[in-house]
Structures are given as structure tokens and as C-alpha cells.
Design a protein around this ligand. Structure first.
Ligand code: GDP
Ligand code: IMO
Ligand code: MG
Length: 430
């Protein structure tokens, strides 16, 4: 039995939440390993819709352990607000079913503020971030001045960490014309959340090792997607963490071989929210139709997502850099009723056709997609639960995607609803 890592293979919002929820029936533990509350994962179960940002998507099922790993940046206020929203929907969250890594770094209010100052600045911003303080919090982690969960239990360490952090931030804030940090107010805010947060804090690596030894099945839940990865994505229009499956090991505290099968979640077309290059973007009626049928509005910020054709070059690259073993192809139903479908199979750059997405930002913006045209289907695939229920042209589209991206389809999703999912190959039985 393999463990499974679920990662986004495009620019996020591929349907990771739905697939993690579906797979979590077969798992004992669900672990988030990077990102923060910039993520928005939607689960639809009967007439209930759950929107999760920081909590692992396994939390809605009883009897599963949810874990927030050290690779995640945690905003305690956002965490408790999310727990409150879930409890109002009847989901119980307590230290019995949620562990938080004691060595995870915190997102403080000053991080969200700095994110906002930069986004609003003419020269320093323009990324189109979620303004949740993700980038500034990871900068402080790498800069060795972050407050970690366990620091909240140790007044002397916390005080030293705040010395370093405030010195650094006050200099930056002055540059943006912002007032210095009110240390007393920040300390009071931290003191308010510390006792509750510490009840969840554990050496997560040790808990996961014990689970592994006891033969428990672990599901790793990624946020964002490969093209938002800090190294492999469309830099600088990326998030500030590694989103590829390799991060699952480091961000949870397990060895690389413990991760197991890597499932890349892949939309049957492409979307992205925020700025940055998008070679197959459609600024026409088809793009608008995909956005409407797919309800492509950000879960976190409510922004309209940009839509375009499936980009096989980009997804193949995600398969290779992330070690993706198979994909879950989602939102096939959104393509119902289109006469023809296009798939990007290469890029034209300075008169030449290339088969990979270049690293240089100028080249990324300049590439023009080379399309292959496939026939669409008029039948409905919405809610299909068997491969045999799909029209032949839809199967042809899926098969062509498999060939081009050099990875098989393990799961196929045909609506937001949990059970509208076709299992082709069980990732846990790899
Ligand atoms: P995530 O960030 O990867 O978890 O994805 P989001 O939840 O942000 O966005 C995916 C959206 O598509 C959500 O509203 C899901 O409910 C919805 N969704 C997931 N799978 C399907 C599908 O197969 N068909 C349709 N129509 N919607 C889907
Ligand atoms: P899920 O997990 C889609 C995008 C933002 C912005 C860039 C940087 O729901 O797929 P950040 O706030 O992370 O510094 O923003 O990354 N972004 C996402 N886009 N889905 C997400 O998460 C995203 N998380 C961040 O829009 O372009
Ligand atoms: Mg999302």
C-alpha cells in the first residue's frame, strides 16, 4: 500500500480539495505540507459545501487525523476563524483530530500588512497575491527571524525573535511610509492565541513516524500548483513555497520514499488567478463560457479566474519536475457542448517551435501556443460515474491528454460533488 501525495499540476484551483476529500476515505491521516491560508479548497458533500484554507481536507470526515506540517505558514487568527466556520457546519476540530507542527512558522498581522504595501506599490508589487502575508512570512522563515509555534511557550525566545523581526520590519515599513510596529499590541495579540494554539502543537515528524510504523495510510495535501512553485513556476508570478511533491517530505518531516504515489490534480482546461504569463489564455467568448460554466471565481479572494485551453506542454513539465505518477483530471463536464477543443502541444518562440516552457520571464510572456484541434461533444458528461458513460469524443480527448503529458489518468471528476468521480486506478494500490 502506497501513501499518496496530491499536488496541483497547473496554477492552482484544479480541484485538489474535492480529490483529497474523496481519497481521504481510504486514508488514516491527511497532512498539509506547504502554503497557508492563500489556499482555498472546496468540498461539496450532498447539500453541504465546505471551504478550507488552512485545515487539511480530511477534517470533514470523522475518524481521520489532520496534520498541519512544518512547511505550512500558520496565521493563528485565520486558523481559529476557519475552525469556527467549520464548527458552525457541524465539524468537530480538537487536539484529538488536529496536530500542528511545533516547528511551523507563524504569519503575523505585520506580514499581511507588508504584503498589502507591496501590492499597492507601483514598483514593488503587481504579483496579484492573496494579500495573506504568505511571501513575507516565508521571507522571515528563511531570514531566521520568524516566530515558530513552539516559541509561544517560551517568553525569552519569543522576545528575542520579536527583537529581530521588529527591527527588520520597521526598516521596511519606514520605506513604505508605514508606522512602526506596536510591539505591546502584537505581544498582547499573541498572548491571546498562544494557549489555544499550543494545545494542538506536537512534534509532527514523530507522530507521522509512529503512524507509518503502525501501517497507517498517509495522504499529503498540496496547495497551489506546480506553475506557482517558487523554483519551477512562472517566477516572479508565483507563491513563496515549493508546491511540487518533493516538498511533501520536507514540509511534513518524513523521508522522500515515505511519500509514495504522486497524484497531480489537473483541470481539463487551464485557469490562473492573479498576474503573470498564461500562453493559452482565451480573452473571448469561449474563455468567458469556461469561466461561467466552471464557476471560476477565487475561493479566497473572489477574483475572476482567467481561463484558457489545456496546455499539455506545461502539464508534462509539471509531471516531470514533480515526479507525478498519474493525474486526476477534473472539470471535464465544463467542456460539454463545445464544437471543438484545442490542446497546446508546443510553443513558438522567435520563429522556432519548442516543447518546454522556458524559464526566462520575457520568454514566458512571449511564447505563442501551437494548438492541436480535437472534436468536442454535445452530450453531457456532468455527474458521470462510469467510464462507459462518457461519449467517445470525450474519451478521445482524455486519451490524447494522457499521451501528450506522458502520465495516465487515475481519477476523473465530472462535477463538484464528492461521488461524481470515476476511479480508473487506485493511487493507494500502486
Ligand atoms: P483547489 O484549490 O484545487 O482545491 O480547487 P478549488 O476548490 O479552489 O476550485 C475548484 C472548483 O471546482 C471548486 O468549486 C470545486 O467544487 C469545483 N470542482 C471540482 N471538481 C469539479 C468537476 O469535476 N466539475 C465541476 N464542474 N466542478 C468541479
Ligand atoms: P489553491 O490551493 C490559485 C496565487 C495568487 C498569486 C500568487 C501569489 O486554492 O490552489 P500568494 O498570496 O500565495 O503570495 O500569491 O499565487 N495563488 C493561488 N492561485 N490557487 C491557489 O491556491 C493560490 N494560492 C496562491 O493568486 O497569483
Ligand atoms: Mg483553490
Amino acid at each position: 500500500m502506497a501513501n499518496v501525495a496530491v499536488v496541483g499540476a497547473q496554477w492552482g484551483d484544479e480541484g485538489k480539495g474535492k480529490i483529497v476529500d474523496w481519497l481521504s476515505e481510504r486514508a488514516d491521516v491527511v497532512v498539509r505540507f506547504q502554503g497557508g491560508h492563500n489556499a482555498g479548497h472546496t468540498l461539496v458533500i450532498g447539500n453541504q459545501t465546505y471551504k478550507l484554507s488552512l485545515l487539511p481536507s480530511g477534517i470533514v470526515r470523522g475518524g481521520k487525523l489532520s496534520v498541519i506540517g512544518n512547511g505550512v505558514v500558520i496565521d493563528p487568527w485565520a486558523l481559529f476563524a476557519e475552525i469556527g466556520r467549520l464548527e458552525a457546519q457541524g465539524v468537530k476540530v480538537s487536539p484529538d483530530n488536529l496536530l500542528i507542527a511545533e516547528n511551523a512558522c507563524l504569519i503575523l498581522p505585520v506580514h499581511g500588512e507588508l504584503d498589502g504595501y507591496r501590492e499597492d506599490s507601483k514598483n514593488a508589487g503587481g504579483i496579484g497575491t492573496t494579500r495573506r502575508g504568505i511571501g513575507p512570512a516565508y521571507e522571515d522563515k528563511v531570514g531566521r527571524r520568524a516566530v515558530r509555534v513552539s516559541d509561544l511557550a517560551d517568553a525569552a525566545t519569543l522576545s528575542r525573535r520579536l527583537d529581530a523581526l521588529i527591527t527588520h520590519h520597521d526598516a521596511l515599513r519606514a520605506g513604505f511610509g508605514a508606522p512602526p510596529i506596536d510591539r505591546a499590541a502584537l505581544e498582547a495579540k499573541l498572548a491571546e492565541v498562544a494557549p489555544r494554539l499550543l494545545t494542538f502543537a506536537k512534534p509532527v515528524w514523530l507522530a507521522l513516524e509512529e503512524m507509518r510504523a503502525a501501517g497507517k495510510r498517509i495522504l499529503y495535501e498540496g496547495a497551489q500548483g506546480t506553475m506557482l512553485d517558487i523554483d519551477h513556476g512562472t517566477y516572479p508570478f508565483v507563491t513563496s513555497s515549493n508546491t511540487a511533491a518533493g516538498q511533501a517530505a520536507v514540509g511534513a518531516g518524513v523521508g522522500p520514499r515515505a511519500v509514495g504515489y504522486v497524484l497531480g490534480i489537473t483541470k481539463a482546461y487551464t485557469t490562473r488567478v492573479g498576474g503573470g504569463p498564461f500562453p493559452t489564455e482565451l480573452n473571448d467568448a469561449v474563455g468567458q463560457r469556461l469561466g461561467e460554466r466552471g464557476h471560476e471565481f477565487g475561493t479566497v479572494t473572489g477574483r475572476a479566474r482567467r481561463c484558457g485551453w489545456f496546455d499539455a506542454v506545461m502539464v508534462r513539465q509539471a509531471v516531470k519536475v514533480g515526479g507525478i505518477d498519474g493525474i486526476a483530471l477534473t472539470k471535464l463536464d465544463v467542456l460539454d457542448g463545445l464544437d471543438e477543443l484545442k490542446i497546446c502541444v508546443g510553443y513558438r518562440l522567435r520563429g522556432e517551435v519548442i516543447r518546454h516552457f522556458p524559464a526566462n520571464a520575457g520568454d514566458q510572456a512571449a511564447v505563442e501556443p501551437v494548438f492541436e484541434v480535437l472534436q468536442g461533444w454535445s452530450e453531457s458528461t456532468q455527474g458521470a460515474r462510469r467510464w462507459a458513460d462518457l461519449p467517445a469524443t470525450a474519451i478521445k480527448y482524455v486519451k490524447r491528454i494522457e499521451e501528450l503529458i506522458e502520465a495516465p489518468v487515475a481519477l476523473l471528476s465530472t462535477s463538484p460533488e464528492r461521488d461524481d468521480t470515476i476511479l480508473v486506478h487506485d493511487p493507494f494500490r500502486d
